[in-house]
Ligand binder design. Structure first.
Ligand code: CDP
Length: 229
């Protein structure tokens, strides 16, 4: 019986990966790392500098600036991690549709990925970690003891993200959220660097018809098996 394992959760945009990862980490007393937040942090930095926009991206400036970017997390009062960009808490600023509309372009840059993957590996090197993203089971932790590939019906995903943004007071349209998810899924699966793939050893978890506690129960069963094997 193993003590603590590494859990890699990958899947489509807004399919409930982070909700599941947070709940698993809480229930198992593991560290939770939201790798997507780290890509969003770099994207916010580039947006503030004007290096990424609707039709253009200045990859050279973004790559050159990486040694001026510090990404870290701090626990908030709910016990979940908030993203810090150069020490500033930008947790709510990285969740806007403006950042979502640019993040997959920034995440496709090889040097950005190397910069963040190195840090993600360090955060998880002791085990006892749940990390969610697009390349966790394929690139960051290819030897993870448990790999989950989360999926859900695209309309359900769009509605969930729309409700989440509205509940945070953001003024968004469902059609724009749906368009963003579609575009990100396309960019994330077709890029050259670490595209989103379902690895052969990943277990599919379709949560279209599962609520949060049901999906946690299913995942905890898989954890039990992984710990015993
Ligand atoms: O929460 P949601 O599924 O909408 O996205 P996220 O996990 O916050 O990730 C935002 C974006 O970052 C993704 O659409 C990817 O372009 C990129 N990403 C990535 O390339 N690799 C990761 N490990 C995590 C995120």
């Amino acid at each position: 019986m193993k003590d603590k394992i590494t859990i890699a959760i990958d899947g489509w945009s807004s399919c409930g990966k982070s909700t599941l990862a947070k709940a698993l980490a809480k229930s198992l007393n593991y560290i939770y790392v939201d790798s997507g937040a780290m890509y969003r942090g770099v994207t916010l930095y580039a947006l503030r500098k004007g290096w990424v926009g609707e039709n253009a991206i200045d990859q050279e400036e973004i790559v050159r600036s990486l040694n001026h970017i510090s990404i870290s997390f701090e626990q908030n009062k709910n016990g979940t991690p908030d993203l810090l960009l150069n020490g500033e808490n930008v947790e709510s600023k990285i969740r806007t549709l403006e950042v979502s509309n640019q993040v997959s372009k920034v995440a496709a840059i090889k040097e950005v990925r190397t910069f963040l993957v190195d840090q993600q590996r360090k955060m998880g090197e002791e085990g006892g970690v749940v990390m969610d993203g697009r390349d966790i089971g394929s690139v960051v932790f290819p030897n993870a003891e448990l790999k989950l590939f989360v999926t859900a019906d695209p309309d359900i995903r769009a509605k969930r993200r729309f409700d989440e943004l509205v509940s945070k007071g953001q003024d968004v349209e469902l059609a724009d959220v749906r368009k963003n998810l579609k575009e990100r899924d396309h960019l994330d699966t077709t890029r050259d660097e670490s595209p989103l793939i379902q690895t052969e050893d990943a277990i599919i978890l379709d949560n279209s018809n599962l609520d949060q506690s049901e999906q946690l129960e299913v995942a905890l069963d898989h954890v039990k098996n992984a710990l015993a094997s």
